[in-house]
Design a protein around this ligand. Structure first.
Ligand code: C2E
Ligand code: MG
Ligand code: MG
Length: 578
């Protein structure tokens, strides 16, 4: 033994003064080093420890010497870890790494250590030397950073970054031998909870949903919160197509269960987009993109809907993007115009009204259906100027029609965003004044979904009624019909959706629905227009059921203004169609 302890330096004996000075220096250096130094014999027993070791571990030199370094063993490492250490040393290499050790008081600490073999002149290993330092605070900072980088603050779930990492690991590990599922979920009405009950209740809802998803997942899948109200699940093995559908349905059901928020029962609904691995994509980013596309379509399809990715979705997205860019400036380039569809009295076929329908002839894309481009106008906000243009143009053209048409009613469709725009009521008032159209001749058509989603809609509709304008419930019977809307909102007219008209001659249930709507409207003194009449049989049946007003291809297709002008020149009491 050439050194005994941290504090006890042996006297130089027989060596020369110069060598003696050098040895003393080396000993002092070891003893006073800030790093913990341990020298062990070939059998691993400790031969020397310095003062820094004593401070770090709590073991004095006397307690440590003669023992094995395993006195510090924490049980936190696998045996294979120590095997790797010894393998390196035996081969004459150094080992560097962070050890989780246990001090004399039983507390764990992280020690960053370098252990090296010491060889003699013959290059045989005689001892091992270890230098190390406590890196607890660095590890804690790293952990904090890791938590911040990879986990969501609010719910504690993995974030997008970690999810992608896990997805990458999953695709690498399984190498397409599994049937995985990515489910991208969007909570639909979180904003409503935030707005009405406050952000802390919204946060509470998110945490409850997160823990539900976590318990659903257990070990067979991973869950993450990707952004505000977006979660993602990776199901490692989902089996066949039926099982995949069942997983999506189960998740939807799970999220649809009541949430107890501060004693209040609240329900949320979700939309889910699903992509399958490896069928839909092999690359993790593509998988997420496909799930996102499916989610987008699921949201358009309504609430509480899940949709699996299909390649056609990608094509329609491309089309959406083309439409989106072609729509900008369409109004200024005069690509938009209006068609007017006749509304006739079923009893005698006399023209009583016109519905203004927007048409777009794009020079690059051709004629595009409003069903396709109006939702895009809604999303990009262009519905505001374009909707205003529709209202102004339709009112001024109809007001200018032949004198015989002064009682013709004009129906104009109004979308959600347009109705809720702060200037909408004022726009309607000034349009009526400018055009000279009598307010009772204007009917604004609203679909039910607009009313469901917006508490403010009722007040706006009542203001419009005070102007004298009529309000029609468009496509009545579809969407989320609730009879309470009929007395909550000041409707003047119900427009029976054309899907019932299309089926009523074949399907007795559709016929019952049509006649029930007619009875209901009659009882509530509301006007009724049946939409989408394409055949004489439909016309006759509606007449027989007592439907007073009819609109459809059979009685008149949407026509350009010039054709309407001709139509209204015919004497007012003669049937204009058929
Ligand atoms: P809507 O308000 O229910 O309009 C009736 C739709 O049914 C029109 O389609 C019309 O052409 C179509 N239609 C009429 N009769 C028949 C028939 O016998 N058979 C069939 N198969 N269809 C018939 P269009 O013009 O494609 O408009 C579709 C929807 O686009 C409208 O449904 C309305 O919701 C919306 N829309 C049209 N113009 C405007 C507008 O200026 N502003 C807003 N916000 N929405 C509009
Ligand atoms: Mg309409
Ligand atoms: Mg309609």
């Amino acid at each position: 033994m050439f050194l005994h302890s941290a504090t006890h330096i042996v006297e130089c004996g027989s060596v020369g003064t110069h060598e003696c000075d050098e040895l003393t220096l080396y000993r002092q250096a070891l003893a006073q080093s800030d790093d913990a130094v341990v020298i062990a014999n070939l059998d691993g027993s400790i031969a020397y420890v310095n003062l820094a070791f004593e401070k770090m571990t709590g073991y004095s030199a006397a307690e440590a010497i003669g023992k094995k370094p395993s006195i510090l063993k924490s049980g936190e490492h696998e045996e294979s870890f120590y095997a790797r250490v010894w393998a390196a040393l035996k081969q004459g290499r150094s080992f560097r790494g962070v050890f989780i050790n246990r001090n004399k008081n039983g507390l764990l600490f992280h020690e960053e250590e370098t252990i090296s073999p010491i060889t003699n002149r013959a290059e045989s290993i005689t001892h091992y030397v270890s230098t190390g330092r406590n890196v607890n605070s660095r590890i804690a900072t790293e952990r904090q950073l890791h938590q911040l980088t990879y986990y969501d603050d609010l719910t504690g779930l993995p974030n997008r970054k970690l999810f992608l990492k896990r997805l990458e690991e999953y695709t690498e590990k399984t190498a397409q031998s599994s049937n995985g599922l990515i489910l991208l979920l969007d909570i639909n009405n979180l904003k409503k909870i935030n707005d009405t009950l406050g952000y802390s209740v919204g946060d509470q809802a998110l945490c409850l949903l997160a823990s539900r998803l976590e318990s659903f997942c257990q070990s067979a899948c991973s869950v993450a919160r990707l952004s505000g109200d977006e979660f993602c699940l990776l199901v490692h093995e989902c089996g066949d197509a039926d099982q995949a559908l069942a997983v999506a349905q189960n998740v939807l059901d799970l999220l649809g269960q009541a949430l107890d928020l501060d004693g209040q029962e609240v329900f949320v609904s979700a939309s889910i987009g699903v992509a399958r691995y490896p069928q839909d994509a092999k690359d993790p980013k593509d998988l997420l993109r496909h799930a996102d596309l499916a989610l987008h379509r699921a949201k358009e399809a309504g609430q509480n809907v899940y949709l699996f990715y299909q390649t056609a979705m990608r094509d329609s997205l491309r089309e959406d993007l083309q439409i989106e860019s072609a729509l900008h400036g369409a109004l200024e380039r005069q690509e938009l115009h209006l068609a007017f569809q006749p509304v006739v009295r079923s009893a005698d076929g006399v023209l009583v009204g016109l519905e203004a329908l927007l048409r777009w002839d794009s020079p690059t894309l051709g004629s595009i259906s409003p069903v396709r481009f109006i939702p895009q106008l809604e999303r990009n906000g262009l519905i505001i100027p374009i909707g205003r243009w529709v209202l102004e143009t339709a009112c001024s053209e109809v007001a200018k029609l032949h004198k015989g048409a002064t009682s013709l009613r004009l129906a104009v469709n109004v979308s959600a965003r347009q109705l809720l725009h702060p200037s909408f009521v004022a726009d309607v008032r000034s349009t009526l004044e400018k055009s000279g159209l009598a307010p009772e001749r204007l009917e604004l058509e609203i679909t039910e979904s607009v009313l469901i989603e917006n508490a403010a809609a009722g007040d706006i509709l009542r203001e419009l009624r005070r102007l004298g304008v009529r309000i029609a419930a468009d496509d009545f019977g579809t969407g989320y019909s609730s009879l309470s809307y009929l007395w909550k909102f000041p409707f003047s007219t119900l427009k029976i959706d054309r899907s019932f008209v299309a089926e009523m001659n074949r399907d007795p249930q559709a016929k019952i629905i049509v006649s029930s709507i007619l009875n209901l409207a009659h009882g509530l003194s509301l006007e009724v227009v049946a939409e989408g009449i394409e055949t004489e049989a439909q016309f006759e049946l509606l007449k027989c059921l007592g439907c007073p007003l009819i609109q459809g291809y059979w009685t008149g297709r949407p026509l350009p203004l010039a054709a309407i002008k001709v139509l209204v020149m015919t004497p007012p009491d003669s049937a204009v169609v058929r």
